[in-house]
Design a binder for this molecule. Structure first.
Ligand code: LAG
Ligand code: CA
Length: 615
């Protein structure tokens, strides 16, 4: 979750993951010269490479009010292949009944059974996502239970509840002494001990409450989740959160705290950085104001904000898309409702640009938000009843399905490819056109004006023909970079372009050794890959012939030319597809290639030769 050098931050899990990966890569590089290449036909020797890491980046997809079944399907079809490392899901614990989405934030018990699915469905989702290389982050509501407004009733798992009466878990003594609503955010005591929106405020200072909350989170960890978004963290003393975290079975579980920073308030964001990441609301606020003002300002967006390694960044979330604090996808429609003025049609495009910027600029851990459209702020997900939510449906306009947008997928690939590189080649026109590079790995240009713009950009990219990954997912739009790194391009009004070294024209390089090409099928694949004993290499991709992204169904390649693995398959002429190589061992364990998906298109005569090097 870190980009710019920050040095002093305490190690956190995603950093550790990145560090472990970097170490594995270092070992792989350092290890290979010492290992003599195997003679033809001899068994592959250990490469010293990564073992179980999937090489994915750590971009988060925040799927608001998606059922567990629909998250699982999306992990396999889209989230994993797009290269997201994490999916954040809505609160899974038992809640009050009701059609509004915000029933999710009114816990009744810690049974994992609610409108979004059962415990079994939740567990299956974690497993399915894990198999697709995506880890699950849970929105943990631990500051409060349902409140005085809710009175009494029966929860989504059938548990009866009443004020001060949560059978088996909480009674009156487990709530703070203040029994009134927070009325002043200038008063630390009130903010942390009184009721937020009438919700009963848990006595998080007590050992019993801490154990109960940690018990819930440990239950989730036992189901395989990777970490937590801590709801309403500002309303819980940082020391109580630290104590709860210390009780986790994995104290290094990912932890990002929702502390809505506000200047002049007694409770400050900086109090929480000792415990984990913190959401940087000022980042989202600045995106909104600069995309409405001048995006040239974004060059210094990290100024005065949390250290990059601890900042969770986002364009919007489920609260801010409703309260107008940040940009959001449906802002245009809400604007009409709120003001009776004309719709601002540029907002949707700016929203895409803001996400493009977030995934390109080296600051914080980015979280892409995906929810549903609404006119009523309280409305639950499309079709929600008091006790259930239908599966999300990306064929319907009701769901935003941001993760399926070409620009978002292209930029997640960009994000993964440029990881670890610095900001370079910044250019702006002093107004609403900017461009910047990420070392010699990637380059992005953003036009936040209402007219198309053409210019020659200076990059540090190696010469070549690159796919513009925001313009098209199939490399149908390309940009040629000259030997000096310059290229000329035209950006549409409110448009962007992004180039990176993992997506170059055709995704293929000339075949240096056609003699080793395979045999079965007119589409041939050859990949240079070192493996350990027991592993084989398969090609897996978006089309059914390549296993539909299921490694178990991928096309196994032949090692007779080791370290070249070769094979072939027949695909319809003209098919455009995405693919990657995987290493699969005897136990079925899968190691994915790093970086963005590769793309290719079968020729009009049905032939195609893929010649790649494992990455
Ligand atoms: C959060 N972060 O700190 C969540 O991100 C935010 O979505 C939650 O508010 C809030 N804190 C409590 O977890 C949401 C809705 C509120 C809703 C609340 C509880 O934005 O509108 O309050 O969840 O369901 C609703 C009514 C209130 C009423 C309250 C209690 O809107 O008027 O007082 O329920 O009955
Ligand atoms: Ca509290």
């Amino acid at each position: 979750m870190q980009h710019s050098p920050s040095g002093t931050a305490a190690p956190r899990p995603l950093i550790r993951l990145a560090a472990a990966l970097a170490l594995a890569l270092l070992l792989a590089v350092a290890g290979s010269p010492a290992t003599s290449p195997p003679a033809q036909g001899s068994p592959p020797v250990p490469s010293g490479g990564a073992t179980s890491e999937n090489g994915r980046g750590d971009a988060i997809l925040n799927l608001f009010q998606w059922t567990w079944d629909s998250v699982a399907a999306e992990c396999t079809s889209t989230i994993g292949p797009a290269g997201f490392g994490y999916v954040q899901v809505s609160p899974p614990q038992e809640t009050i009944q009701g059609t509004a989405w915000w029933t999710s934030y009114q816990p009744v018990s810690y049974k994992i059974e609610g409108k979004l699915g059962t415990r079994a469905e939740f567990a299956a989702m974690v497993e399915t996502c894990d198999a697709a290389g995506v880890e699950v982050i849970v929105d943990a509501v631990i500051n409060h239970t349902t409140g005085a407004d809710g009175g009494s009733g029966t929860g989504t798992a059938g548990t009866p509840y009443g004020i001060d009466d949560f059978p088996g878990i909480y009674g009156a003594a487990d709530f703070n002494d203040c029994r009134t609503d927070i009325s002043s955010y200038q008063d630390r005591y009130q903010v942390q001990n009184c009721r937020l929106l009438s919700l009963q405020d848990l006595r998080t200072g007590s050992e019993y409450v801490q154990n109960t909350l940690a018990g819930y989170m440990n239950d989730l960890l036992s189901l395989g989740v990777a970490g937590f978004r801590i709801d309403a963290a500002k309303h819980i003393p940082a020391s109580d959160l630290a104590a709860i975290k210390a009780k986790l079975s994995d104290p290094n579980a990912y932890w990002v705290q929702e502390v809505i920073g506000a200047a002049g308030e007694p409770v400050q964001v900086s109090e929480y950085t000792g415990t984990g990441d913190v959401h940087e609301f000022d980042y989202a606020r600045q995106l909104k104001s600069d995309f409405d003002g001048s995006i040239a300002n974004l060059q210094r967006i990290s100024n005065g904000k949390l250290p990059s390694a601890q900042a969770g960044v986002f364009v919007d979330n489920h609260d801010t898309e409703r309260n107008g604090e940040t940009m959001n996808e449906t802002w245009g429609a809400k604007y009409v409702l709120a003001n009776g003025e004309t719709m601002n049609e540029t907002w949707g495009a700016k929203y895409v640009l803001a996400n493009t910027f977030m995934l390109a600029y080296p600051y914080g851990s980015p979280s892409v938000y995906s929810g549903y459209t609404f006119t009523d702020e309280d409305a639950g997900a499309p079709g929600a009843t008091a006790t259930s939510v239908p599966d999300a449906n990306c064929d319907s306009d009701a769901w935003t399905c941001t993760q399926r947008w070409t620009e978002i997928q292209g930029m997640v690939g960009f994000y993964n490819t440029v990881a670890g590189t610095a900001l370079t080649n910044w250019w702006d026109d002093g107004g609403n056109q900017i461009a910047f590079g990420r070392g010699d790995k990637g380059f992005v240009a953003i036009n936040n004006t209402d007219s198309a713009t053409t210019r020659t950009y200076s990059s540090s990219l190696p010469a070549g023909t690159y796919c513009d990954v925001v313009a098209a997912s199939d490399c149908s739009e390309t940009i040629t970079v000259a030997a000096d790194g310059t290229f000329s391009a035209t950006l549409p009004a409110y448009g962007a372009l992004a180039l990176h070294v993992e997506k170059t024209s055709g995704g293929t390089t000339p075949d240096p050794d056609p003699g080793t090409d395979p045999v079965a099928g007119k589409v041939s694949a050859s990949v240079h890959a070192s493996t350990v004993l027991g592993q084989e290499v398969r090609i897996v991709g978006s089309v059914p012939e390549l296993g539909g992204w299921q490694p178990a169904s991928g096309v196994a390649l032949d090692a007779s030319g080791y370290p070249s693995w070769t094979g072939g398959v027949d695909l319809p002429a003209g098919t455009s597809f995405e693919y990657k190589y995987v290493k699969v061992d005897d136990s079925g364990a899968v190691v994915w290639e790093s970086g963005a998906n590769r793309t290719a298109t079968v020729g009009a005569d049905g032939t195609l030769a893929l010649n790649d090097t494992w990455r």
